[in-house]
Structures are given as structure tokens and as C-alpha cells.
Design a protein around this ligand. Sequence first.
Ligand SMILES: [Mg+2]
Length: 256
Amino acid sequence: MGFSFLILMLTIATAVASSIDNQIYLLMPHSGSSGHKHSDLNCLSWRLAVETDNLQHWTTVPEACIDYVGHYMLGKQYRQDCDFVAAEAYNYAKGLNLTGDGKDIWVFDIDETTLSNLPYYASDNVAFGAKPYNSTAFNKWVNEATAPAIPASLKLYKKLIKLGIKIVFLTGTRETVREPRAKNLKAVGYTEWEKLILKDNNFHDNSVVYKSGKRKELEEAGYRIRGNMGDQWSDLIGSNPGDRTFKLPDPMYYVG
Ligand SMILES: [Mg+2]
């Protein structure tokens, strides 16, 4: 009697445990890292921490997440995440009260915002950001001026111009690459702009200081920054951020 009771209790306990396992299993995401085994690191959690700026000053994508980041960037999810941000930006922009005096502007960052460096980042030498940043190799790529447009941003760019908003490109790449950058932008469809601002060769402060300063100059010149879009938090924080900011995804590198 006692033994049978013990067996019954064990059976019930096992059934309860397995039912809890099933419930937990159902809660697991069916995309992202759930299909991959990582020792300790959950790459979806890592990416979320990156996108929310909870993780700062990281230098390379963790080795364990190279495949994860690669799949994300080359797959549908990245494109759809960009589409979502751009659609929301347009929803906001079309509701603006525009004056038509040519002073309403939209600030776009360039790298991973309007142009995509994925062909460069997908190479074995870069491994989606898992290899340390190599300025020589990256500058060579920038000078080739062959980066494709990010489709969602190009579509948004054209719609903003139709609304009467002027475009300002504000990038941390240097004045020395003005010509290839302009050539690249035009080649993929960004054919007009109010200003193309590149970083002075002698400027060595961080990105937040640099971009805040340039946005301040724009506002002092009478421009109204109605929207500001970038892939880095350093594009969007600091002073004079604009009326609204829009963050595009970028799990490949961090610019502080
Ligand atoms: Mg960028």
C-alpha cells in the first residue's frame, strides 16, 4: 500500500514537472537564438541589451553570436525591423505642421542608417563585427562608394522630401571621404540634400559631442530638426536631439 502510494506520487510529480516544462517550452521564442545552443550567452538577450543601450562600450560581437547576428542582418528580420521604424517615422512626419519656409529638416546618419555596410561586414575578415574594427580596411570600403541603400530609409527619404522636409546627412566619417560619400549616396538614390555634414579631420571628441554640436549649429542657423534618425544611440542623445528620434537596429558595432 505504502509502496503503491509512493509510485502514484512519483508519477503525478513527473507529470506535473513535464507539464511545466511544456508550458515553459511554449513561452520560448520560435526565432532568434532558441534554435541555437550557446554556452551561457543568449544572443537575443544580448541584441536586446545592445538596442536598448543597456550594454554600452562593447567592442566586438561575441564569438558565440556571429551566426546569430549574421542570420539577423541577412535575413528578413533586420529588413522588417527597419521597415517598421521607417513606417512609424513617416506616420509621425505626415502629421507635422510644416511651414514651407524650407527650415524644417530631417537629420539622417549615414552608416547603417541610409547606407548599408553589410557587404563589408559580412566578409570573413569582419565576421559581422566579431573581428576588431580595422579603420584602414573600413576606409578602403568607404572609398569604393559601393554601399547599397537601406531600402526602408530610402523610401522614407523620398516621402519626407515630398512632404517638403529638407534632408541633412550628419555622419561621423571624415571630410576626407566627402567625395566618395556623396557619390555613393547619389548612386543609390539619395540624389538631393540641404547639407552633407562630415566630421572635420582635426575633430577628436566623441560622437555625442560632435553630433550635438552640429545639430546645435543647425538650430542656431534657423533650422528646425523635426526628426533625427540613426543606428547608434550617440546619433540621438546629447543636446539638440530634434523633436523626435528614431533608432534603427545595429547589432554589429558600437559608436559611443
Ligand atoms: Mg551609423
